[in-house]
Design a binder for this molecule. Sequence first.
Ligand code: FE2
Length: 325
Amino acid sequence: MIKLINNSKRDFCLLNLTDPQLKAGEWDNENKVGAVFKKTVETLVERLSPDLITLSGDLSYAGDIESYKNFADYFDALKIPWTCTFGNHDNQDGDGPVKAVIDEYEKHEFFVFERCDSALGNSNFAILIEKNGKNAEGVILMDTHDRVPYKTDECGKNLAWAGLSSAQLTWYAERVAELKDAGCNDSTLIIHIPINAYLAAARAAFKSPKPDKSVTLGDTYGAGIWNAGYENSYGVFHEPISAYPEDEGAFALIKKLGSTKNIVCGHNHVNNWVVNYEGVRFIFGTKTGTGSYFEPEINGGTVLTVNENGVSAVRHEYVDISSFL
Ligand SMILES: [Fe+2]
């Protein structure tokens, strides 16, 4: 397991970015998509001075190695530890392109990564944050693959978004045990595709548990749209949750082991709700930049602050890009 040691007086700042989906040509300084992305990252870095930047998948599109290289050069130049787990677009052409990206990224000084058994996906690894001498928080990144064969629906579709496999859940339990052995009883799971229990979390928290584009970001920071007991939730629900359609057992295991208190996912660009459901914070990370589909208001990243006792707070940080659009 990788260890990050932090002895700063202030809380450790983990900044999660997600779903930039930048193509090689968009890194050009003249390109608006690239300019918005860079402006967003630079604003967040200046505002927050993060101690670790995580990318929760869909950096680019498999095979666009130039774009992936641009990511590595760009983030390494910030001189801040950075890492990623891969999303469906990173994985869409199988192992080969992903392994080429890892080969490239490992040449970069600030890239934090540990290779794993690729039968489980190529981006399963864990980071232990030591805060002022205490093993405070485990950050477990897991690979949620792309799509998997699934029963044919009424539209003739026979693929579903992948979930975490049972072999991955075994791997997860081993990492939690390793963290507990190190005296660390808290962890955050960072994935790309939401686990199935996001559906249950939405049903529990929202008065109207369906996507609703008429609910603005501002509305979500009030109590009005939330069921009793969930009034401290926030964030928009503007598109259906793209999870594996059946319960893969991840949440039951998470609850049984009692380590993971926060789950961060990406994948749905215009959902960024944060709901505490049955003792676990379900977080849709705020999308970073305008690659692929986006909403101008929902641009930025998500911050988890960590003190000696684990994650102390979670919030979204927004960057105004109206002048670019
Ligand atoms: Fe995705």
